[in-house]
Design a protein around this ligand. Structure first.
Ligand SMILES: NC(=O)c1ccc[n+]([C@@H]2O[C@H](COP(=O)([O-])OP(=O)(O)OC[C@H]3O[C@@H](n4cnc5c(N)ncnc54)[C@H](OP(=O)(O)O)[C@@H]3O)[C@@H](O)[C@H]2O)c1
Length: 293
């Protein structure tokens, strides 16, 4: 199948391109600059312009774009987080509808559920509260035009992707190496995580499986508490993690983002993927983190 990908240079996008090509699919990439390779087509998300012919022969569009949510949430950064997701998703969904592309897979996030505390939630659960939850609701809603046109739309509600070079893991690694790591707050909040190989295998599975549509949680079957997360990280790096970082310090360091990124509890399970028959390669956190590091 010919698959058109936006956000192909990112952590997930670059791994998805390799996975799909490795499985025999043809990949065409939308880039926000002048194309320099045969497989590239230019697009400009703010204006909605996409190169002529970009959708020709395309069987599925995979949209993985969005500016990082890390960093202090100034008003400008919050605007960037929203603008880099909602408008581009709308532009691609409208193009999917216009060109009759059968399938759209759009990036999304488990932040949809807000803080779940100790309750286990899955795709049947409702939305939560907070800046990120509200952003995700609007992000997913931007794809409605594609669904209304009859396309199969899959919402890739992704958890924390374990990478040594990005996200929470890359920030914690040097701190733990220095022996200064510790659980955040009381450490009881849950982290819904997924390894890169499982994230990209799940995306390929969802491209190839016409039976699945709507929201899909991309996270391992067993979320871990922040305490378990930090301890496993310490074991993998062979460093003790004896400290605990009070919530007030996390809030001082991260500002508003602290409660939605570091202290939030996301006890989310991947019911749709499991019922569809997807098999996780990394279901155990300690094994996954040791392999990643
Ligand atoms: N990694 C995670 O743990 C995680 C968890 C939940 C959800 N997600 C979501 O999954 C998607 C991919 O994540 P990722 O970790 O691969 O992110 P990433 O490494 O930061 O890559 C995101 C890609 O988005 C594109 N992009 C950046 N700024 C943009 C802007 N202003 N407008 C349009 N596109 C822009 C870039 O692609 P080009 O330069 O090629 O255009 C970039 O490579 C994102 O939407 C993210 O929110 C990720």
């Amino acid at each position: 199948m010919l698959i058109l990908i936006a956000g192909s240079t990112g952590l997930i996008g670059s791994a998805v391109v390799s996975e799909l090509r490795g499985a025999g699919h043809e990949v065409r990439r939308l880039v926000r600059r002048e194309p320099v390779a045969d497989d590239e087509r230019e697009w400009d998300p703010p204006s909605g312009k996409i190169a002529d012919g970009a959708f020709e022969g395309v069987g599925a569009v995979v949209n993985l774009c969005g500016a990082s949510v890390q960093g202090r949430w100034t008003p400008a950064h919050k605007r960037r987080i929203r603008d880099s997701r909602i408008a581009p998703a709308g532009v691609l969904a409208a193009a999917v509808a216009e060109h009759g592309v059968p399938t759209l897979l759009n990036a999304s996030s488990l932040s949809f559920y807000g803080d779940t505390g100790a309750d286990v939630v899955d795709e049947d659960s409702g939305e939560g509260k907070g800046f990120l939850a509200e952003m995700v609701i609007d992000w997913e809603a931007a794809t409605a035009v594609a669904r209304d046109s009859g396309a199969r739309v899959v919402l890739l509600r992704t958890g924390l992707v374990l990478s040594p070079d990005a996200g929470l893991l890359s920030q914690l690694k040097p701190v733990i190496r220095l022996g200064l790591g510790g659980r955040l707050g009381d450490g009881e909040q849950y982290v819904a995580w997924i390894s890169v190989p499982d994230e990209v295998a799940a995306i390929r599975f969802l491209v190839e499986n016409p039976e699945v549509s709507g929201p899909v949680n991309l996270c391992a079957p067993e979320p871990v508490t922040n305490d378990e997360f930090i301890r496993a990280l310490g074991r993998a790096l062979r460093r003790p993690v004896l400290l605990s970082v009070p919530k007030s310090v996390v809030r001082l360091a991260l500002g508003e983002a602290a409660d939605e990124l570091a202290l939030i509890s996301l006890r989310v399970v991947p019911t749709v993927l499991r019922e569809a028959g997807f098999e996780f390669r990394h279901a155990d956190f300690a094994t996954a983190v040791a392999e990643v590091l």
